[in-house]
Design a protein around this ligand. Structure first.
Ligand SMILES: Cc1cc2nc3c(=O)[nH]c(=O)nc-3n(C[C@H](O)[C@H](O)[C@H](O)COP(=O)(O)O)c2cc1C
Length: 352
């Protein structure tokens, strides 16, 4: 892990309430998947090219119409107000100042319109389809009206994963934060928390439905198989995110690093493939990009930065990751993410 990230992690641990720290760190079940995510990127070895002019390395990236300074983006994560009083408003400001995209969660703890107003750059909206589907559709429409560039539909959460560290699925969040974006759309008499629970009955037609409701491209997040990615694309997905949800859903799911190549082989020529889970350095991102990812989402390190130093620290961590990527791209003989090819990476030999 980069020294800056390790330092932010320790500062966040001191700054956060102990239960919030455990909630951020937690994985589901025995935390096998959560524990393997970072190391899985190190299961690849690099085959650098030489004698290329790498005096200029260009990280600029385009993803579904968004022009970004680098391929790093902020993964959708719930309740940023646990980390900072300005919550998601500070995150989007920090990420935007680094030229990076933020995916804003359905479980954001600040009103979407305030988040949109604070965002200096592009942002996407992450949708959970809730038991009250009208609630989800109202949110998607609000996000589109507020300027979201895409909807990221999370599909690995028919139920929220059980996390032993928090003795349930999440820590207690007061209603005014939990329902900050939802309360106004509840039908009279509805119990907000029940209406807002994840709907476990989703089928692929929801992709087209959300695209129609919001008028935005729908990127499906939480896919680990090529055949499943193809099913999503055939149902209208404009992109997919290879993800284990930070190891917070199905424990013992394959790490994203090991799932990526299969998904790229299945749909990479048709739609952008994004990836997240355990990305902690430019080299991790280089592996992902060489395997065919268009962009890489970063989760917990952004929350550590937010807790440790607010928007400024979020900018700093994303810029540090970009600087690290620029450096290792040059060492690998590439002038841009697109200049990488799969021959740059090989699985590590295990017979050492
Ligand atoms: C505290 C926390 C909350 C999260 N909340 C959401 C969420 O609301 N929606 C979602 O799609 N993913 C959520 N995720 C998963 C992230 O989007 C992402 O897949 C994961 O954190 C990436 O792994 P990393 O933290 O190792 O970088 C959450 C992750 C964490 C750590």
């Amino acid at each position: 892990m980069l020294a800056l990230l390790a330092d932010l992690r320790e500062r966040a641990r001191s700054a956060l309430r102990p239960d919030a720290w455990e909630y951020y760190e937690a994985g589901a079940g025995d935390e096998v998947t959560a524990g393997e995510a970072e190391a899985a990127w190190r299961d690849f070895r690099l085959r650098p090219r030489v004698l290329r002019d790498v005096s200029r390395v260009d990280l600029r990236t385009r993803a579904l119409g968004a022009d970004l300074a680098s391929p790093f983006a902020v993964a959708p994560m719930a309740f940023h107000a646990l980390a900072h009083p300005d919550g998601e408003c500070a995150t989007v400001r920090g990420a935007g100042d680094a030229g990076c995209l933020t995916v804003v969660s359905t479980r954001a703890s600040r009103p979407l319109e305030d988040v949109a107003a604070a965002a200096p750059g592009p942002w996407w909206f992450q949708a959970y389809v809730m038991r009250d589907r009208g609630l989800t559709e109202a949110l998607v429409q609000r996000a589109a009206a507020a300027g979201a560039g895409a909807v990221v539909l999370t599909v690995d959460t028919p139920h929220v994963g059980r996390k032993q560290r928090v003795g349930g699925v999440r820590i207690g969040i007061p209603d005014d934060e939990y329902l900050v974006n939802l309360a106004r759309h509840l039908v009279p008499g509805a119990v907000g928390r029940e209406a807002a629970e994840q709907d476990p009955s989703l089928t692929p037609d929801v992709i087209g439905r959300l695209a129609e409701v919001g008028g935005l491209p729908v990127v499906v997040k939480g896919v680990l198989r090529g055949d499943e990615a193809l099913r999503c694309v055939q149902a209208g997905a404009a992109g997919v995110v290879v993800s284990t949800h930070g190891g917070r859903q199905l424990d013992r799911a394959l790490p994203s690093a090991h799932a990526l190549a299969d998904v790229v082989a299945a749909v990479g020529d048709r739609v952008p493939v994004l990836v997240d889970g355990g990305v902690r350095s430019g080299t991790d991102a280089l592996v992902a990009l060489a395997l065919g990812a268009t962009a890489v989402l970063v989760g917990r390190p952004v929350l550590w930065a937010l807790a440790a130093g607010g928007a400024v620290a979020v900018t700093e961590v994303l810029e540090e990751l970009a600087a690290d990527l620029r450096h290792v791209l040059a060492l690998a003989g590439a002038t841009s993410p697109a200049d990488l090819d799969p021959a740059v990476v090989v699985p590590r030999r295990v017979d050492r």
